[in-house]
Ligand binder design. Structure first.
Ligand code: IMP
Ligand code: MG
Length: 177
């Protein structure tokens, strides 16, 4: 793995595909053990979590369903802090066990608004599963149930995460130079 150019910035290797696969397998096993008999609904947050969600659910060994929601608060490399888009949840989640699948929690503001709007729909249990968190940037209190990696405050791409729309298909995670 070498330094790569994504759009107009150089990125260097950060987390290998093997490390990601190992952590995703562990999370899948934990979720399966925790949610046995609960028929969880996974809510994968588009666009960034599509790769993680696809790998994660294939490590889940209990019955579940999955649906997708879209939110967006980022422009370039900085969070705008407010949700610009929320695209439709069609399921009735009242009384259900819901697990939000997110790519990364940075300031946490996206997740905060999402959790608040979902809680209003009265799920029995609402959990957060994220591939990455940047604890140094967190601006709100969040109970994160499942997290694969805690990372420093640097901008990353790959494995579903983008830099202005580019880099999502990279099998590894890269960090900006
Ligand atoms: P937050 O509201 O600041 O927590 O931002 C969360 C969203 O910003 C995530 O769902 C990502 O889509 C995006 N994001 C945050 N950090 C990064 C990063 O380092 N690379 C790519 N996208 C990021
Ligand atoms: Mg996202």
């Amino acid at each position: 793995m070498d330094t790569i150019l994504v759009k107009d910035r150089y990125f260097k290797p950060f987390i290998t595909a093997d490390e990601i696969a190992r952590r995703v397998e562990e999370l899948g096993a934990r979720i399966s053990a925790d949610l046995q008999g609960r028929n969880p609904l996974f809510l994968a947050i588009l666009n960034g979590s599509f790769v993680f969600a696809a790998d994660l659910v294939r490590q889940v060994t209990v019955p579940f369903s999955i649906s997708f929601m879209r939110v967006s608060s980022y422009e370039g490399m900085a969070s705008t802090g407010t949700l610009r888009e929320v695209l439709g949840l069609t399921e009735d989640i009242e009384g259900c066990t819901v697990v939000i699948i997110e790519d990364i929690i940075d300031s946490g503001l996206t997740m905060r608004s999402l959790v608040d709007s979902l809680k209003a729909l009265r799920p029995a249990d609402l959990r957060i599963c994220t591939l990455l968190t940047k604890p140094g940037n967190l601006q709100t209190q969040l109970d994160i149930d499942y997290c694969a990696f805690e990372i420093p405050n640097d901008f990353i791409v790959g494995y579903g995460l983008d830099y202005d729309g580019f880099g999502r298909g990279l099998p590894e995670i890269y960090v900006v130079e």
